[in-house]
Design a protein around this ligand. Structure first.
Ligand SMILES: [Ca+2]
Ligand SMILES: [Ca+2]
Ligand SMILES: [Ca+2]
Ligand SMILES: [Ca+2]
Length: 510
């Protein structure tokens, strides 16, 4: 048996600028995953094609098929756009959210979104719905299914589809992002015989559901303090918001949306606010869209929406109109999809960041994870870093992300690689609060006994599973670590010095 130390950097001090991750593909077989969430039960929850919800063990990749919607419907050719015959009606499985008190048996609810037939066999009418599943952890099965919100609108493009739960001011809410449902009139001007019929013209109208963020109570009812009484409308002026994330410390909701050729946006979503589309794109004052400054200057708040205000994004990619090239590759969109807020310090450099997956490999962008470091209030982006772009051809189009409480980043892809999969990046502490030991380990690979050479004394070695469970520990004045008795797999090792400080982390494969 051979044992190898992976992901260990010798002379680590010289690498202190960079976060180090060790990449792993889980063996899980997935079909078109759209949402991944790390649950409080420490499993990964995933939506897949065909109205499916799956639960994946982050340590082994073992998958449990939790539920497949019996009424899932993938649209009908009769619903295709008559002016654009190639544009089929939308269908799919989209966002998923777990109840904020998911570990309490009475609140063990899973919420997710999929397409179904709101008409009948003769006259199909594909719509989306939010369904609530009651989860029984003892039998690991769904014991009850409820249609929570039906008849969510559909179209030919820009569906949005993200769902999150959030506890704000002591109340639990469900947020759903509905795209403008329009086909871009710039890219496909003939797709509506009369552009006034294009649903993307209704994003400013609070009485139409498209181009909105909606807020519901966890039972699907409408919160009494929504901006308009009896209306699920929470914010408007959105194009194709595919990312929603919640900052529980500041109780902020972030929305991430695709722009049209330029101006992909990150917004802090607040009740009743107007995010501009399609009159204002990205920032109102940068001239990226004709007339946007004028629109902002003469903005009249909607009389029925208390506190209505036109709001700039907190961040926009590609606001320069000259980056609007003639081909798809030349458009400077990053195509942001899933988002998550990182509040904990498992990856210290990312604490208090919004992380965003991107779908596009274009001239200006690669498929990657964008890390937006936030200010203390969570409402400004201080700087951006890009990760994992060097792996874009093997990682694929990054649809969504989940980060586990043990500091591992899980990505799902929607095509663009050899298969649909879960890719894990395990964080390895290179620069903790104390300098790493100048460590020499030999032999590597070994038969399971690794010797150390270090000027400092190592007194403890802890061996964890990659998902954070302690599997072995060795103490004393250590000159070697004996790993011959740990079973097959990958492990994370932490070395502690005589002052109790974690000095080194490394990944081991047995
Ligand atoms: Ca997610
Ligand atoms: Ca906007
Ligand atoms: Ca602009
Ligand atoms: Ca590229």
């Amino acid at each position: 048996m051979k044992y190898s130390i992976l992901g260990l950097l010798f002379f680590m001090n010289s690498f202190c600028q960079a976060q180090l991750f060790w990449r792993q593909e889980l063996p899980t077989i997935l079909d078109t995953p759209w949402e991944i969430e790390f649950g409080p039960d420490r499993y990964l929850w995933v939506t897949e094609a065909g109205g499916k919800v799956s639960r994946v063990d982050p340590n082994t990749g073992d998958k449990l098929d939790v539920y497949v919607a019996p009424d899932y419907f993938a649209g009908d050719s009769s619903e295709a756009n008559v002016f654009c015959p190639n544009k089929q009606i939308g269908f799919g499985t989209f966002g998923l959210a777990l109840h904020p008190e998911f570990l309490v048996p009475d609140s063990a609810f899973i919420y997710y979104v999929y397409s179904y037939n709101h008409g009948d066999a003769q006259n199909p009418d594909t719509k989306f719905k939010i369904v609530r599943l009651k989860w029984d952890e003892n039998t690991t099965s769904v014991t009850q299914t409820d249609d929570l919100i039906i008849n969510l609108p559909n179209g030919y493009d820009h569906w949005g589809g993200r769902l999150i739960s959030a506890k704000m001011s002591g109340n639990n809410y469900l947020f759903y992002s509905n795209g403008d449902l329009g086909i871009s009139e710039d890219a496909d001007p003939s797709c509506y015989s009369n552009q006034a019929d294009n649903p993307n013209n209704f994003t400013q109208d609070p009485d139409s559901l498209q181009g909105k963020i909606h807020r519901f109570n966890m039972d699907g009812s409408i919160p009494a303090d929504n901006p308009i009484s009896g209306n699920s409308f929470y914010s408007r002026g959105h194009r194709n918001p595919q990312g929603l994330a919640f900052n529980p410390t500041k109780e902020l909701i972030y929305g991430v949306e695709h722009g049209d050729r330029i101006d992909d946006e990150v917004n802090v979503l607040r009740a009743g606010m107007n995010y501009g589309w399609k009159d204002v794109r990205g920032f109102a004052n940068d001239g990226s869209h004709v007339g946007e400054q004028q629109f902002a200057n003469t903005y009249a708040p909607h009389p029925n929406i208390a506190g209505d205000q036109l709001v700039d994004p907190i961040y926009a990619w590609c606001s320069d109109p000259s980056l609007n090239g003639s081909s798809w590759n030349e458009w400077c969109t990053v195509a942001p999809s899933g988002a998550e807020y990182i509040g904990n310090s498992e990856i210290p450099e990312w604490q208090n960041s919004l992380i965003v997956t991107t779908l596009k490999d274009g001239d200006y962008t690669d498929k990657s994870l964008r890390v937006l470091r936030l200010n203390d209030n969570g409402d400004e982006v201080i700087y951006e870093q890009t990760f994992f772009a060097e792996d874009q051809d093997t990682n694929g189009r990054l649809r969504d992300v989940a980060v586990a409480d043990f500091g591992t980043v899980f990505l799902i892809n929607n095509g663009g690689a050899d298969r649909d999969k879960i890719t894990a990046y395990h964080y390895i502490m290179v620069c903790g609060p104390w300098p790493p030991l100048d460590l020499e380990i030999f032999p590597n690979p070994s038969n399971g006994v690794f010797n150390f050479h270090s000027p400092d004394t190592i007194v403890s070695a802890y061996v964890y599973s990659l998902t954070g469970d302690l599997v072995d520990e060795q103490h004393g004045e250590l000159y070697f670590i004996d790993l011959r008795h740990v079973s097959n797999g990958y492990y994370r090792i932490k070395l502690v010095d005589s002052e109790g400080r974690i000095r080194n982390e490394m990944i081991l494969r047995e």
